[in-house]
Design a protein around this ligand. Sequence first.
Ligand SMILES: Cc1cc2nc3c(=O)[nH]c(=O)nc-3n(C[C@H](O)[C@H](O)[C@H](O)COP(=O)(O)OP(=O)(O)OC[C@H]3O[C@@H](n4cnc5c(N)ncnc54)[C@H](O)[C@@H]3O)c2cc1C
Ligand code: FES
Ligand code: FES
Length: 457
Amino acid sequence: MSVEGVTPRQNLLDYIRGVGLTGAKEGCAEGECGACTVVLVKQNGEGSEYRAVNSCLMLLAMAAGQEIYTVESLANCPAGAEAELHPVQQALVDHGGSQCGYCTPGFVMSLFAEYYRPGREGHCLIEAMGGNLCRCTGYRPIRDASLSLGRAPDDIFRQRLSQPAPPLTECTYADDEARFSRPASLAACQDEMRAYPTARFIAGGTDLVVEANLRGTRLPPLISLEAVPELQAWAETGDFVDIGAGLTLNEVAARWVDAPLAFREWLTLFASPPIRNRATLGGNLATASPIGDAAPLLLGLDAQLRLVGPAGQRVVSLAGFFAGYRKTILQPGEIIVSIRIPKPLPDFVRFYKVAKRKLDDISTVAACLALSLDSGGRVTKARFAYGGVAATPLRTYEAEQAVEGRRWSTSAARRAQEEISRALRPISDYRGSAEYRLALARSLVEKFAWETLEQAA
Ligand SMILES: Cc1cc2nc3c(=O)[nH]c(=O)nc-3n(C[C@H](O)[C@H](O)[C@H](O)COP(=O)(O)OP(=O)(O)OC[C@H]3O[C@@H](n4cnc5c(N)ncnc54)[C@H](O)[C@@H]3O)c2cc1C
Ligand code: FES
Ligand code: FES
């Protein structure tokens, strides 16, 4: 499909609905409900895979050159014959998984991506629909539909996956009011930034586009980082893991096969599958949100950031990256290119997220607590990193120092808790009072101690 006469500000959902593909719906316009879900074809090894994404959080320009399936493309509708539903649609019908139907196209598309997931065995995982809300059917019939779906047949959708996905290429779209460019190199990003000094970088758009949708913010010129190879790179050696800042969270998970358990736990607690199919680590860190989940995890793992900007390249410690509430040390035009995690990883590392809901919610307090011990059980390195307890994500150095050099024990954990009480001054807001946040920060150390002491003995 070629598109003309559309402002680069328009989002993909509005566009597809405007051309009559009205299966996808707008429920929230902020990535929460999944009514707008469509499927992108993305590279997977030599072939490709389907990825469910929220079309309300993609600008149409971001879809340039990409292959996208909407719910309208699934049923087989031969001319003059009765339409034959796709097996995923049929399963939802058979199990009574739809009432008013508003959410149904979104569920269908998430389940469709799961149905054809390369390497899937057994039934479809219900977690694949973790980004879809239904207000009237109840989830049991939807779950039953998902559990009824076995191996996908060798149909056109499966055959499609043996071919590569279309590559992301550079492009520029502009009208009198908006501009979107997608350069294919770091140097070209810098050229764009010089030419449009008010521009902002955009990666997955799961923060920026929410801002535009909900607050009606007029977006400045946007420079997409999606086609820059350095941000999509992945390297692992005996000394470090180097993660391209523009890889989506699910891409990071697919590459980091021996990631610590804490990373896997962290991943499932981060938003929903469609958001994880677009959100990046670079975008999460650059927002400097005090309740962003990447910072505590990466602080606990001693991450460093490789930055490239007009003044060249520098490597900084993540611990020194946050300069204040929603502020970083990034200079104008500077890009987070990669996140480097040194090896060996700590002996014990856990990520905890306390939120009002267990899944798909924003943290009240998040913590990554990590320890390395010597053969005598003494702490050689401690990292107690938190989000949600101050204006920036932070490490509690005082608590770390209180346990380093000591045997890891309940009394060492208590010393750390006392230091945490002295060091942290959380604020109160509608997610939790200062007292509650402080109590959480302390009690997570106790939880960590209980979880690790037996293993450490
Ligand atoms: C429904 C929903 C649920 C969410 N749940 C969570 C959650 O559980 N935990 C959590 O932490 N966050 C959550 N978020 C927030 C968001 O998804 C993350 O912050 C995400 O990682 C942002 O990445 P992005 O690539 O989409 O950023 P974008 O929106 O593309 O960019 C965000 C900001 O970062 C800048 N930027 C992006 N990449 C770079 C780079 N490489 N270098 C320099 N600057 C850059 C942009 O200029 C922009 O200012 C949620 C968002 C939504 C909509
Ligand atoms: S409209 Fe709710 S997630 Fe897009
Ligand atoms: S069927 Fe009505 S919202 Fe899900």
